[in-house]
Design a protein around this ligand. Sequence first.
Ligand SMILES: Cc1ncc(COP(=O)(O)O)c(C=O)c1O
Length: 312
Amino acid sequence: MTSPDVPHTAEPAPEALDPSVLRPRLPSPLQEAADERFARHGVRLLLKRDDLIHPDLVGNKWRKLTPNLRAAAGRPLLTFGGAYSNHLRATAAAGRLLGLETIGVVRGEELADRPLNPSLARCAADGMRLHFVDRSTYRRISEPGTLAGILRAADAEEAYVVPEGGSNPLAVRGCHALGEELRGRADVVAVACGTGGTLAGLAAGLAPDQRAVGVAVLKGDFLAAETAALQTLAFGGRRGTWTVDTRFHFGGYARTSDELEAFADDFESRHGLPVERLYVAKLLYGLVALTEEGAFPQGTTLAAVITGRPFS
Ligand SMILES: Cc1ncc(COP(=O)(O)O)c(C=O)c1O
């Protein structure tokens, strides 16, 4: 129950805060995808359909957010993201569904004076209070003094704070279940990485004879270290067998190319899978390239985690 001094716009019923009332589809389906680009190298491709877990808390958002929603225990939930953040949209939807106040701290003060883009408009329609901050402040949000200033300015000093991308230890532990669901089902499990939180939990949940591959969607070589750091925070040390491939970012976060767009369109028509462009398209493209390079021995069963769905 919420303490009486915490400001609320809507007082949620305590039982409504248990995300299991939202009836997630768990374990998520694991589907065979017949694709000759894999089959001719002796690789069997499976799609782990986390995008089907819940219509609003899609994919890794369900796995990362629900432990935090429970921990928030009715306090307003404040989190961070860019103007097109999947994480902000999922948090706003969770707030609507569970009767929880949400505050989204958005990168880019200049956006405050413009009409909201469709993603932020959805957040606002779901009841999220948007608080815009300039980019240099945003870069320092993990510093305690900066965070305290933002919480004060957003009138949210009592809020439960979830970091950008949602990757805190609770979220990483939530993704452990994804690995557990795949035990005995695949030799290699691949996932797209932004913060590395999903990979960190997934790899920890797999059996010892399985390994995980992360495909980074951001440019740079920091993701392996961040994933290891998240595993240490969540589990006390490095867990499971995993690597990060940093070659398939297409120029960086939200960057794309005609080739990647054509690849994603073609994958959609081959498999009837709506391909989310910021993460999932880069993952699938990377897996075709890795298979062609011979990264997976003949006889490998490869599961690709479909962590999201296109925003519409
Ligand atoms: C669709 C999708 N896939 C993958 C990821 C990457 O997850 P993580 O930040 O845990 O690496 C995200 C970001 O949260 C995402 O929105």
